[in-house]
Design a protein around this ligand. Structure first.
Ligand code: NAP
Length: 508
């Protein structure tokens, strides 16, 4: 009987998913956006965009190539000749209008985001609010891009530093935050006076197109924002063009470390400016004496955001031996409350993974750990009755360094817990990776808080806090997690350069 009820629930959910996904998406577009025109690929080719939960086709968009990308770069270059000359205040007014339109269209953006990324509505809502806040933030920062007057060592010279926009910038973004990864870059780029060509991920181009449409409505002039869509096999050629075209001054990339390294080398030939926001492998350390309930809440928020497909998601939970069992029991209890299901249902907390290869990678890591002796406390398999991409929230214990999940970025709803004895041991495990994006720890000892915060080899640290993203703070990593900062006033630095003016004066 219980099995029948569960089966019917799944059937009902799948039918509800199909109904929800067939709803009209008013901001959905099926053309790319170049110089304020909705355009097809010159070749006429298209590719399909799928809903990860219903697996139905949501739209088709142009499959553009390097020649299409070159046209977008030329449009951006032409636009830069005037946009680059505008005042900070003029750019601020337009960015503010864009922000207001994003807020007006928030509900529609959330639906579109959830549909193409598979993110539960609550998560899509959080992303859209964060993404919008970045445009608001940079509309304010546009007026605060300052130079400096430097004290000269001689009376016959005056030294002035001014900040100037880079020029045309290429923005390449991933599928896991289709809205915020674009606004975090484009907001800063436009505020600085740059123009841009955006290449969104194959899985999530629709949000990028909707953002461009609203930017145009807000008064962003033709050519200042362009969106070039292409499928995965075409990404390398388009990416090369976006790095190497002589009219491109710089690139900003968010995505995997492997692709980041490739783009870094693509940029070397032209010595192009580059900012890289790459993969993470965040440690989440719980010291004895920490507030365990707070640590568990932080762990749930940090790990299960976007079904674990977040670059700053906790990847390795390191728990001091005397609180290990209590922490794990409390965490398991909270994990059981996470509802896996239709992203467009308000009760869902965990949605599908983005695509089949991502699903295979995550479940492959779980199976590898099980084969090597890990204990599965919770989950451990796909929820195939919901679809092909739903992975159960999984809690693995008795993991060791021989297992993939111990060393690699998991990017799924899988918690891996490791026991440690001393602070030194925790730090040694935490820092034993090539990644250095975010790290988290929980302690009630103020001395330990300061010591560990400084000792973690990461660009960002959450201390007794699992959610750290905000427009006001500088987001970015060290080591193989990349360089450059997004958000904050530092976000402007990536899209501007310092020019030194030396005024020679007559002897006073
Ligand atoms: P990805 O494979 O590196 O893709 C990112 C973007 O690069 C997509 O638009 C992709 O296009 C494009 N791309 C792929 N191959 C390319 C090439 N040869 N030349 C130019 N562009 C290319 O990464 P992902 O799987 O989408 O995203 C997950 C990764 O991003 C994770 O490692 C995560 O940690 C990282 N991430 C980092 C941050 C951060 O702020 N540090 C934020 C979010 C995600 P296609 O989609 O068409 O392949």
């Amino acid at each position: 009987m219980a099995r029948t009820v569960r089966f019917l629930t799944y059937e009902f959910q799948i039918r509800a998913m199909r109904r929800a996904h067939s709803m009209t998406l008013q901001l959905k577009h099926d053309k790319a956006f170049v110089n304020h025109n909705w355009v097809a690929a010159e070749s006429g080719r298209t590719f399909q965009v799928f809903s990860p939960s219903s697996e139905e086709v949501v739209s088709t968009v142009p499959d553009m190539d390097e020649n299409d990308a070159a046209k977008a770069i030329q449009a951006a270059h032409k636009a830069f000749l005037t946009w680059g000359q505008t005042t900070g205040k003029e750019r601020s007014v337009i960015l503010r209008k864009w922000y207001e339109l994003l807020v007006t269209n928030q509900e529609e953006l959330v639906k579109l985001n959830s549909t193409e990324s598979g993110k539960p509505l609550c998560e899509a809502q959080a992303e859209v609010s964060y993404g919008n806040s970045l445009i608001e933030w940079f509309s304010e920062e546009a007026r605060r891009i300052h130079g400096q007057v430097i004290s000269s060592p001689v009376k016959t010279k005056e030294i002035v530093l001014i900040r100037q926009p880079l020029g045309v910038v290429s923005l390449i973004t991933p599928w896991n935050f289709p809205h915020a990864m674009i606004t975090r870059k484009a907001g800063a780029a436009l505020a600085a006076g740059c123009t841009c060509v955006i290449k969104p991920a194959e899985d999530t181009p629709l949000t990028a197109l909707a953002l461009a449409k609203l930017a145009a409505e807000a008064g962003v002039p033709p050519g200042v924002i362009n969106v070039v869509t292409c499928d995965r096999p075409g990404a390398a050629a388009v990416g090369r063009q976006l790095c190497q075209h002589p009219l491109v001054a710089g690139i900003s990339f968010t995505g995997s470390t492997a692709v980041g390294k490739l783009l870094y080398s693509n940029c070397a030939a032209g010595v192009k400016r580059i900012a890289l926001e790459l993969g993470g492998n965040a440690p989440f350390i719980v010291f004895s004496g920490a507030d365990l309930d707070k640590a568990v809440d932080g762990a749930i928020a940090c790990k299960f955001r976007n079904s674990g497909q977040t670059c700053i998601s906790a990847n390795r939970f390191l728990v001091q031996e005397d609180v290990f069992d209590e922490f794990v029991n409390k965490l398991e209890k909270k994990m059981k409350d996470l509802v896996l299901g239709d992203p467009l249902s308000t009760s869902s907390r965990i949605g599908p993974l983005i695509n089949l290869s991502q699903t295979a990678k995550v479940i492959g890591m779980v199976n590898d750990a099980i084969e090597k002796g890990a204990e599965v406390r919770l989950g451990g398999k796909l929820a195939t009755s919901l679809g092909q991409r739903f992975c159960e929230p999984t809690l693995l214990l008795k993991v060791d360094p021989s297992m993939l999940c111990y060393n690699q970025e998991i990017f799924g709803p899988v918690v891996v817990c490791v026991k440690f004895k001393t602070e030194e041991e925790a730090l040694s495990i935490a820092n034993s990776t090539k990644s250095g994006l975010a790290g988290y720890f929980y302690t009630n000892d103020i001395n330990q808080a300061w010591r560990v915060a400084k000792a973690l080899s990461t660009g960002m640290v959450g201390i007794n806090e699992g959610l750290i993203s905000t427009a006001e703070a500088a987001f970015g990593g060290i080591k193989e997690s990349g360089f450059g900062r997004e958000g904050c006033h530092h976000g402007i630095d990536e899209f501007s350069y310092v020019k030194y003016l030396c005024f020679g004066l007559s002897q006073l």
